[in-house]
Design a protein around this ligand. Structure first.
Ligand code: GLN
Length: 488
């Protein structure tokens, strides 16, 4: 392989070549940095490129490999969504509020990746505070889909997804509150996992809706996804919602067919308004799963699914309104100074620091939590949340996994839904219920419709990531959708 093509490698391929010393991490990192130089002015995946420190980390990684001390991700270039704190490196959350914020500490996932020897190559663009589905809500610029530069990459982790799809790094981290890893993974033809709630520490992740947020990987295939999960998962005393469940070796047990596996296809996810190209691609992918030996049940119903969108848009804004109260100009981040009045300073800090969507969510949440409305909205939404979770529990008594489209449409044009928040909210109908239930789900490339990627979502019961990887791996051994790359 030509040295300047190294960015095309998967993590597992790069690991082999690094171990045998056929390539160095410096060469691999240079290849990604050159790629960024070549394509990022078009894709705009990154807010910050950390080229110099990346090359230093790569040199250290090479020394470590030479000492025989390498771990799974030693020397592998990665992109991190700009809502995860990186010590000494600006972490903006794509907001004016945090435009100049340089965290004094690392998020737990960053410490874990650093210990493993990752090379941090850049911080990626996102919807402000992870609120959105297209990365158009960034206060700085919009990211473009590598498959069609006029289309959105999905959101909110659009920069991470587009960055991996464009070959700017071998993997990325994103966060997923209602679909923000899976939907952009689907739109950009990469593999993206939202782990079980509590599987990965949220310490150092800028909070959006704490009971729904979860960090997860974007990779080129399921095996790489398993590799990253091996490093970032596990209990963290700094996150009281992280679960003290042992971390298995996710790379084990992937081989083999799907004989004996029961997969349900819930009909509510084939929603009205779904594009016919998405539906036919999904039907073909489901047929492939059956050819691989899985027993498919097309007669599955999860009737509460239709309530998930409403529940999400009560719970997520409510939690956001509480979480975002801290940005009042007195602690960190943007602070309006042009007044002697404390109240005016707070008001103007929020007025100028937050964008329109963030303000909309804060207002929605404040309203839902206010004294007269709490029972009617917030409490009711929590009750329905329990119903949705129970429906999943019941389904997983019968099925090993459920399979749905990741999104009802292929990537849409930049600007197409920007003025219609409700239309935008609808692009997450298939992913929101999963966060509400706290279960894990992965999106993998399932094919193309009119030249644009279609994602397949595989949902499992809590801590069933190994099952999701097994199904994904079997599918990826039998298809080559995930190997297709955008012609940039
Ligand atoms: N698009 C959804 C929202 O706007 C989900 C975002 C996310 O998962 N962070 O809230």
């Amino acid at each position: 392989m030509r040295k300047n093509d190294l960015f095309k490698l998967t993590i597992h391929e790069a690991n082999e070549l690094l171990k045998s010393r056929e390539i160095s991490s410096v060469e691999l990192t240079r290849s990604c940095l050159d790629r960024i130089e070549q394509v990022d002015s078009k894709v705009k995946a990154l807010i910050t490129v950390t080229g110099e420190t990346a090359l230093k980390q790569a040199e250290l990684a090479d020394e470590r490999i030479a000492r025989g001390n390498a771990r799974l991700l030693t020397g592998i270039p990665a992109i991190i969504k700009d809502n995860m704190c990186t010590k000494g490196i600006r972490t903006t959350c794509s907001s004016k509020m945090l435009e100049k914020f340089v965290p004094p500490y690392n998020a737990t996932v960053i410490s874990k990746l650093n210990d493993a020897g990752m090379v941090l190559i850049g911080k990626s663009n996102m919807d402000e505070y992870a609120m959105g589905s297209s990365t158009e809500n960034s206060a700085f610029f919009t990211t473009h889909n590598p498959w069609d530069l006029e289309c959105v990459p999905g959101g909110s982790s659009g920069g991470s997804a587009a960055g991996v799809a464009a070959g700017e790094a071998l993997f990325a981290l994103g966060s997923d509150t209602g679909g923000s890893i899976r939907q952009p993974a689907g739109f950009c033809n990469v593999t993206g996992l939202k782990p079980t709630y509590g599987r990965v520490s949220r310490y150092g992740l800028v909070a959006f809706a704490s009971s729904l947020d979860q960090i997860g990987p974007f990779t080129k295939d399921a095996l790489d996804c398993a590799l990253v999960m091996n490093v970032i998962s596990g209990h963290d005393p700094c996150d009281s919602t992280s679960v003290p469940e042992p971390v298995p070796d996710y790379t084990k047990g992937l081989a083999g067919d799907l004989k004996g596996m029961k997969i349900g296809i819930p009909r509510e996810y084939f929603v009205e308004g779904m594009q016919s190209g998405v539906e036919s691609t999904m039907r073909a992918a489901i047929k492939k799963l059956s050819e691989l030996g899985a027993e498919i049940d097309l007669d599955v119903s999860l009737p509460s699914t239709r309530l998930a969108l409403a529940v999400y848009y009560i719970i997520a804004p409510s939690e956001a309104s509480a979480n975002l109260a801290r940005y009042d100009g007195s602690k960190y981040g943007f602070s309006y100074k042009d007044t002697d009045s404390m109240w005016e300073a707070m008001e103007k800090t929020k007025q100028f620091g937050f964008g329109a969507e963030v303000k909309r969510r804060i207002m929605l949440g404040t309203y839902a939590l206010s004294a007269g409305y709490y029972d009617a909205y917030y409490l009711k939404a929590q009750k329905v949340r329990t119903l949705i979770r129970r429906e999943f529990d019941a389904a997983f008594k019968k099925y090993d996994a459920l399979v749905t489209p990741t999104s009802p449409t292929v990537p849409f044009k930049i600007g197409e839904k920007a003025d219609n928040p409700v239309q935008m909210y609808l692009s997450d109908v298939c992913t929101l219920p999963i966060n509400i239930a706290g279960v894990p789900a992965i999106s993998i490339p399932a094919g193309f419709s009119a030249g644009l990627p279609v994602g397949m979502q595989i949902i499992g019961k809590p801590f069933s990531e190994p099952t999701l990887f097994k199904i994904s791996h079997a599918f990826q051994q039998a298809t080559d959708w995930h190997r297709q790359t955008a012609g940039l």
